[in-house]
Design a protein. Structure first.
Length: 582
């Protein structure tokens, strides 16, 4: 297949001094790229400024899911009725009088039409997740399907030379040195790993040959896989759309060092080339958009997340919030809410150079039968199958829950994997050697090895197993709602999520609360305009994505509640900026 000739990724030295663009966008994650795409659809020229050497930010390393009610409703609902039910659900989860209620109403009103425009006019195509329940399924208005959409897989060869700039997926969610399986491929590969001598496994293995062969060829020719899935597919499709439009330039290794605000808007920004130390002044005619990914690894972390090391963060390492002080100097207001960040339990994977990398435990292990999560006293404290944000917040409530210990029996580890240990036990021996996994023949021995009080783990598992035998978790209601059941094993009865720990040996890994995105951020209105201390919009200044205070009030009601609003408000911001300029 021929490569595309167009390239939109460049460096700052290609820009003339005092260059003018309609919009200057800080950050090349999904929010920033989407803003550039919507601007291009309206004929506006944009400059996207990215401090790292890659495109995609944290979005590229996620599942790339968008929570978007009203786009693909199920159960016979109309788009309007689904949006109305979603509003009822959000009111039940967050409260109708929350400070961001007006923004949520705008999100639900315009969300479906924004995605429709993307799909009609660009290379961005989404698939509906047929069974991906809202996370708090016991609340009024919750849905079991239809509100989660994901970008369709994408052939990255169409990006030509720009493919090498797409931030790769997280290493521990890939196989064969960078092949990122789709959700359906994960299921098929798990069968191959856990039941390799069955006819079904052989069929899946035969079907995987073209995919693996292509990956091997890609590694030899391009140094990475060219078949993009999940978050990489979303970024690849947005990037390809910008190539088609020809209206955007993305400069890497560049940061903004000053913002000059004039009478009628943002007069200019000064950019610094991190490699050469040179600066350029750029003039945005219609506005400046901040979409740098939040505060997770910047100076604000010590204030908002005290005592939580950046090494626990699953956010891209380029997210330092460097522009936040400049936004505040321009009059924007940063506001806190909830626990300031969104959370997931993470394990720390030792690397060969002595550092660690983060593995987020979203869905593949903890909610399956044969797993139990305990604190340092050997006690359970939350449903293991609860939404990852809920588990993370529960860990933060008590010091003795950090770290916590995820325990599995031998059968569960082999069937589902444990953290970076793959189904079938692939990688177990290496992880026993480096200390990522602790193993023991008995629960008492395992408890002693990880420092739990004598007999505590065995007593907890005995109580847990009694509940599991009946399929009812009396302590924490594990498996009581559609999301928790979906996280389990559909073939396990009577409760897909709840299964007893059987004979040893037993295995344990340490879990920490890891931030996966910012909940606190800059205050905006329903057009994503930054507001000043008096609540008035700052002319020409817009805030998107994780830089923007989450419209979810610090709660996490469903899959993709960060990316869905990021893309919808990107469209609303661009519309306002261009109308204002005209």
């Amino acid at each position: 297949m021929a490569s595309r000739a167009a390239s939109v990724v460049t460096t700052m030295d290609t820009l003339p001094q005092d260059a003018e663009f309609d919009l200057v966008i800080l950050g090349a994650g999904a929010a920033g790229l989407a803003a550039a795409v919507f601007a291009g659809l309206r004929g506006a020229r944009t400059l996207v400024v990215e401090r790292s050497g890659s495109v995609g930010g944290t979005s590229a390393t996620t599942a790339g899911t968008l929570w978007l009610p009203g786009r693909h409703p199920t159960d016979g609902r109309s788009p309007a009725s689904d949006a109305a039910l979603a509003a009822e659900y959000l009111d039940a989860v967050i409260g109708p009088d929350d400070a961001s209620a007006a923004l949520r109403a705008r999100f639900l009103e315009d969300g479906a039409s924004v995605i429709d425009e993307l799909e009609r006019c660009t290379r961005v195509v989404f698939n509906r997740r047929d069974h991906h329940p809202d996370y708090l399924g016991d609340r009024d208005g919750a849905s079991t399907a239809g509100r989660a959409i994901e970008a369709a897989d994408f052939d990255g060869r169409l990006l030509g030379p720009d493919l090498r700039h797409v931030r790769p997926p997280l290493r521990d969610f890939t196989i064969f040195g960078g092949l990122a399986p789709s959700r359906e491929e994960v299921k098929r590969y798990s069968v191959i790993a856990t039941r390799p001598f069955t006819l079904r496994a052989w069929r899946h293995a035969f079907g995987a040959i073209p995919r693996v062969a292509r990956h091997i060829a890609d590694r030899a020719v391009r140094g990475r896989s060219s078949w993009l899935t999940l978050g990489n597919a979303l970024i690849g499709r947005l990037l390809a759309s910008l190539q088609d439009l020809g209206t955007a330039r993305i400069v890497l290794h560049s940061t903004v060092t000053s913002i000059t605000r004039g009478t009628h808007g943002i007069d200019s920004v000064t950019l610094l080339d991190a490699r050469t130390g040179t600066t350029k002044q750029i003039r945005p005619r219609a506005g400046l958009v901040s979409a740098t990914g939040g505060f997770s690894r910047g100076v604000r972390r010590a204030e908002l997340l005290p005592g939580l090391p950046a090494e626990w963060s699953a956010v891209a390492d380029s997210v330092e919030g460097g522009a936040h002080a400049l936004l505040e100097h321009a009059g924007a207001v940063f506001a806190r809410q909830g626990t300031d960040a969104f959370w997931a339990p993470v394990s720390l994977v030792p690397a060969a150079d002595g550092t660690t990398r983060v593995y987020p435990h979203f869905a593949l292990d903890r909610g399956k039968p044969g797993f139990v999560l305990v604190d340092q006293g050997g006690r359970r404290f939350v449903s293991e199958a609860a939404p990852y944000h809920v588990v993370g917040e529960a860990m933060l409530e008590r010091p003795q829950r950090v770290p916590s210990y995820l325990i599995a029996d031998r059968a569960a580890l082999r069937r589902y994997g444990l953290g970076v240990v793959r189904p079938g036990g692939w990688g177990l021996h290496a992880r026993l050697r480096d200390g990522y996994v602790t193993a023991a023949r008995t629960l008492d021995d395992l408890g002693a090895r990880i420092g739990l009080p004598e007999g505590a783990l065995a007593a907890t598992v005995a109580r847990f197993n009694r509940d599991a035998a009946r399929g009812v978790d009396e302590a924490f209601g594990r498996g009581n709602d559609p999301y928790q059941r979906a996280l389990g094993d559909a073939g396990h009865r009577p409760n897909p999520s709840l299964g007893a720990l059987g004979p040893g040996p037993y295995y344990s890994i340490r879990l920490h609360p890891g931030d996966i995105g910012s909940a606190s951020g800059f205050v905006t209105d329903e057009r994503a305009r930054a507001l000043d201390a008096d609540g008035a919009p700052i002319p020409g200044l817009y805030v998107l994505g994780s830089d923007m205070r989450s419209i979810m009030g610090g709660r996490y009601p469903g899959p993709g509640i960060t990316l869905g609003p990021a893309i919808v408000f990107a469209a609303l911001a661009v519309r306002d900026a261009i109308e204002r300029a005209r």
